[in-house]
Design a protein around this ligand. Structure first.
Ligand SMILES: Nc1nc2c(c(=O)[nH]1)N[C@H]1C(S)=C(S)[C@@H](COP(=O)(O)OP(=O)(O)OC[C@H]3O[C@@H](n4cnc5c(N)ncnc54)[C@H](O)[C@@H]3O)O[C@H]1N2
Ligand code: MOO
Length: 393
């Protein structure tokens, strides 16, 4: 008897979640934090701007001194560079560059475009209100105020704000570590010349990429032929990970290496009422959960999306994938008793069209899709215009 998708998802969660709950935050240099999720609030250690500075290239003056068409003596130049400028004397100007400290005594900047330089003097053609073009210290954020909130997924703008505040390292949620093992005597590396009967190992690439996209860190990638002793050696190597994921070797053939090794050690190998992804297995090896997906490439990828991606995303603090109802562009048939995960593509704001057949070997069809279209177990036919649940890929 097949178990339901929910039952299997609950089983996988019961094995994986306790491990993921133990993952500690880690402190990393800023550039390693890109795409990671802040584990705690960050308060600004400084005022930003750090000091009162000019927003324009021009002349630092007192607003009341600089009415049109006054001429003021220019007493010096303030560059955007190390150092503190002298105070501005009344009825004088200091030439100033963008970002340079505004001298005490000055309260506005006259942009160079509104002036004419005449020897050591400047003629003001347009006055400015006090405060104009002066960037006050702390006007962006003050020391002690909340700069970034826990849970923020760090993009370039967040890293820039941290750097602007002088911060070099940041505490982020730890990433779940995953070991990936593909199985099959027929597999070879992409790029090699296939002999008759060989296929390229695409599940390895699929799983590494999918784990990474879901916020996980792949710590080991291995491929084994259909030899239980070899698989055992690889699993021994993989026990440092939070989760071990395998593909292939769990159905009913003569050379089912995962089933052969792990079933006698208490693995649960069975069928889930879904397509693709029918054959599924779980085990615990040396205390580490082993989640075994069927080898067919679409089955592996869909199984990952259904059973593991949500758990990894949650642990890494990433938002859940977008799931929402859309209207079918055309009719769909399905098999009774199995939840179908068909391949679809979004049409307009809320439509979806089916883009590939249901075969679980159709990798190009999956690549042509951007949505999974879910047809419930008890539904065998849907007409165009009817609503289905879709998951963004
Ligand atoms: N008698 C039955 N046969 C099969 C059943 C069944 O219920 N009864 N279920 C079918 C379904 S559904 C699936 S899915 C597969 C699952 O089989 P396995 O998990 O044992 O996977 P394999 O036999 O190792 O491989 C299946 C298929 O996928 C290709 N494959 C495997 N690994 C990779 C990889 N890393 N990269 C690319 N392609 C891979 C492999 O060459 C096979 O074509 O069982 C059905 N059979
Ligand atoms: O249930 Mo299998 O995963 O369709 O090819």
């Amino acid at each position: 008897m097949a178990t339901s998708v929910e039952e299997h998802a609950a089983l996988v969660a019961s094995l994986v979640e306790p491990r993921l709950a133990q993952i500690e935050p880690e402190t990393v240099p800023l550039l390693q934090a890109l795409g990671r999720v802040l584990s705690s609030d960050v308060l600004s250690p400084v005022d930003l701007p750090l000091f009162r500075n000019s927003q324009m290239d021009g002349f630092a003056v007192r607003a009341t001194d600089a009415t049109p068409t006054t001429t003021l003596p220019v007493e010096g130049v303030i560059a955007a560079a190390v150092g503190s400028p002298p105070a501005l004397a009344p009825r004088t100007a200091l030439r100033i560059m963008t970002g340079a400290p505004v001298p005490d005594g000055a309260d506005t900047i006259i942009p160079v475009e509104d002036t004419t330089v005449d020897g050591d003097s400047v003629v003001i053609h347009r006055g400015r209100a006090a405060g104009e073009f002066v960037r006050e210290r702390g006007s962006d954020i003050r020391a002690g105020e909340l700069l970034l909130t826990a849970g923020t997924m760090l993009a370039s703008r967040h890293l820039a704000a941290l750097a602007a505040a002088g911060i070099t390292r940041v505490s982020v949620l730890g990433r779940p570590t995953v070991a990936i093992v593909t199985t099959g005597a027929e597999l070879l590396d992409p790029g090699a010349e296939p002999q008759p009967g060989q296929v390229f190992d695409s599940n390895s690439v699929a799983l590494v990429a999918a784990v990474t996209a879901a916020g996980g860190e792949v710590t080991l990638v291995r491929r084994v032929v259909d030899d239980p002793a070899q698989l055992l050696a690889v699993l021994d190597e993989a026990t440092g990970a939070d989760v071990i994921v395998t593909s292939g070797g769990i159905s009913h053939g003569d050379f089912e290496v995962v089933r052969e090794l792990l079933e006698p050690r208490g693995a649960r190998v069975g069928h889930v009422a879904m397509q693709p992804g029918g054959p599924q297995a779980t085990a615990v090896f040396e205390g580490v959960p082993v989640i075994s997906f069927p080898g067919n490439p679409v089955s592996t990828q869909v199984s990952f999306e259904v059973f593991l991606a949500p758990l990894l995303r949650a642990a890494a603090g990433l938002p859940a994938a977008d799931r929402r109802p859309r209207r079918l562009a055309g009719p769909v048939r399905s098999v009774a008793g199995k939840r179908q995960f068909l391949r679809g593509r979004g049409v307009g704001a809320d439509g979806v069209e089916i883009v590939a057949g249901p075969g679980s070997h159709l990798v190009a069809g999956l690549a042509a899709s951007d949505l999974l279209v879910i047809v419930p177990e008890d539904v065998t036919e849907l007409a165009g215009g009817e609503t289905v649940e879709t998951w963004a890929l």
